[in-house]
Design a protein around this ligand. Structure first.
Ligand code: NOJ
Length: 530
């Protein structure tokens, strides 16, 4: 695959479809709302939109419980709205990636209704049904990712079914070839409509151990953690046979030109990179969540970048994710000043960056009062700070009521700072985080060195992380101060440089010689040899 392929050079922008722009006043964003904001996305400069699930769903897990893989939930609009969205996105040069949720369906999916109707139903084997142990208890010790046992008893047919997430999300049996065919046809349904790729939900979960062995206890488990951590997920996910499924999905995408397969995978690096598949026959981009999971520290991040680069299979294309709808926002985690440094890091690393909507306007920590909580995980395991509502609050477009998000009552409260942090206002402020994002994106698009160029670590001492990116004769030094004190970095003797962008504005064009003086919380991109 040449390095000019769109998904290698481009930037992916995730939209949580309930929270971007409401067009009909029901307090929930929709496809027509997203369509109204395409000009903004084109102005921002991103290349591809990934939209979390928009398929018909009872919304027990806000769309990750799919009741029909080939339709649009009326909350979001119609298939015609979708067709209009994709047509207009493409006309503006934007790719569109959908979220595919193959591990489980909704318990309201007709397949599951059939499957649970009797033990002899032809769809029985499409899900994971097992007998109780002789004492009536579940078949093994597997825990749901949202807490509680992962097995639900079905009185009518006298068996348990397995659900890695909510009981309303029964897991499919990916060892069954009929399910594979049905799901691949669902992929083709959207590919035929021009979809440019898929982000595949919990792809490492698809195959479970054939004998459903008990998972081993986790000796490091603490009761302050989510219950799923009680056991180490040795047998419930990441089984060798999953790679066959991933490469089959890849095969379906390859029936069409230039499509991308992205896998959602939370695994340690050495396991994660196996999802590129044998001879790169797996996912194009197994999502790399390391920046989300690693302490915000120059040495740790430098080590992680090196470890990741070294672990990549030959030809495997890197990628970096800074936030998503399941993780605390970067601004909430490291504060507003460092969130700017994080933006520079994300957009100057080698590999495809994925941004999360709202990070570009600096949405920070949003407190959700208990009575406003929506997330089923928060409801299942309250008090452990697991809830994902804070990172799913509506986008702020202007200073009007509800930030221009809706004319009705938003499904989640907005960040109370929305009146001073919205697209319309930040666009007029050259020093804003939004304009920083836009400049970073513009630079990355202009200079191959910053997207597909080589990466060389220059320094990782104290709070400073510095690296060089190069492509042909183009060279940039990226120097990031991850701390709140100024730092000085020696500059290679005989080299000249020029600041092209600072996270703290007002230094552009400044010549650099002998040393780089970084102010507190400052990141710099310096063009070298100029
Ligand atoms: C991962 C998704 O990102 C998350 O939001 C969802 O709850 C689970 N998979 C279950 O589909």
């Amino acid at each position: 695959m040449p390095e000019t392929t769109w998904w290698k050079r481009g930037i992916v922008y995730q939209i949580y479809p309930r929270s971007f722009q409401d067009s009909n006043g029901d307090g929930i964003s929709d496809l027509n709302g997203i369509r109204q904001r395409l000009d903004y996305l084109a102005w921002l400069g991103i290349n591809a939109i990934w939209i979390s699930p928009i398929f018909p769903s009872p919304m027990a897990d806000f769309g990750y419980d799919v009741a029909d893989y080939c339709g649009i939930d009326p909350i979001f609009g119609t298939l015609e709205d979708f067709e209009r969205l994709i047509e207009e996105a493409h006309a503006k040069g934007l790719k569109l990636i959908l979220d595919f949720v193959p591990n489980h369906t909704s318990d309201q999916h007709p397949w599951f209704k059939e499957s649970r109707s009797s033990r002899t139903n032809p769809n029985r084997d499409w899900y994971l049904w097992r007998d109780a142990k002789p004492d009536g208890s579940p078949p093994n010790n597997w825990i749901s990712n949202f807490g509680g046992p992962a097995w639900e008893w079905d009185e009518a047919t006298g068996q348990y079914y397995y659900h890695a997430f909510l009981k309303e999300q029964p897991d499919l049996n990916w060892r069954n070839s009929d399910i594979r065919k049905a799901m691949y046809n669902a992929l083709r349904f959207w590919l035929d409509r021009g979809v440019d790729g898929f982000r595949v939900d919990v792809i490492w979960h698809l195959i479970k151990h054939a004998e459903f062995r008990d998972n081993p206890h986790n000796p490091a488990f603490q009761t302050s953690q989510a219950e799923i951590n009680r056991f180490i997920q040795v047998y419930s996910a990441d089984q060798p046979e999953v790679h066959e499924v991933v490469s089959e999905m890849r095969g379906v995408l390859e029936e069409y030109p230039e499509r991308v397969l992205i896998g959602e995978i939370y695994l340690p690096l050495e396991r994660l990179v196996t999802y590129y598949g044998k001879d790169l026959s797996g996912a194009h981009l197994p999502f790399n969540f390391q920046l989300i999971q690693t302490a915000w520290n120059a040495r740790t991040i430098a080590a992680l970048i090196n470890e990741y680069e070294a672990a990549l299979p030959e030809g495997g294309w890197p990628n970096w994710v800074l936030g998503n709808h399941d993780q605390p926002r970067i601004g909430a985690r490291i504060g507003p000043q460092q969130a700017r440094v994080a933006a520079m890091l994300l957009l100057t690393l080698r590999g495809t960056p994925t941004m999360y909507y709202g990070d570009e306007i600096g949405i920070g920590k949003v407190e959700i009062p208990p009575e406003a909580a929506q997330d089923p995980w928060e409801k299942n395991e309250p008090g452990l700070d697991l809830g994902r509502d804070p990172e799913r609050t509506p986008m702020h477009w202007d200073g009007s009521a509800q930030g221009g998000f809706t004319s009705g009552k938003p499904w989640l409260p907005l960040d109370p700072h929305f009146r001073s942090c919205h697209v319309e206002g930040l666009r007029d402020d050259p020093a804003s985080i939004l304009m920083l994002y836009r400049h970073l994106i513009e630079l990355r698009r202009q200079h191959l060195a910053l997207s597909v160029g080589g990466y060389t670590q220059v320094s990782a001492e104290g709070d400073v992380l510095a690296y060089e990116r190069q492509h042909g004769s183009e060279r940039f030094l990226v120097a990031l101060n991850l701390g709140h004190e100024p730092h000085t970095l020696p500059f290679p003797a005989g080299t000249k440089g020029r600041v092209v962008l600072s996270t703290v504005p007002d230094r552009s064009e400044e010549p650099i010689e002998a040393q780089v003086v970084l102010r507190a919380d400052e990141g710099l991109i310096i063009a070298l040899g100029i």
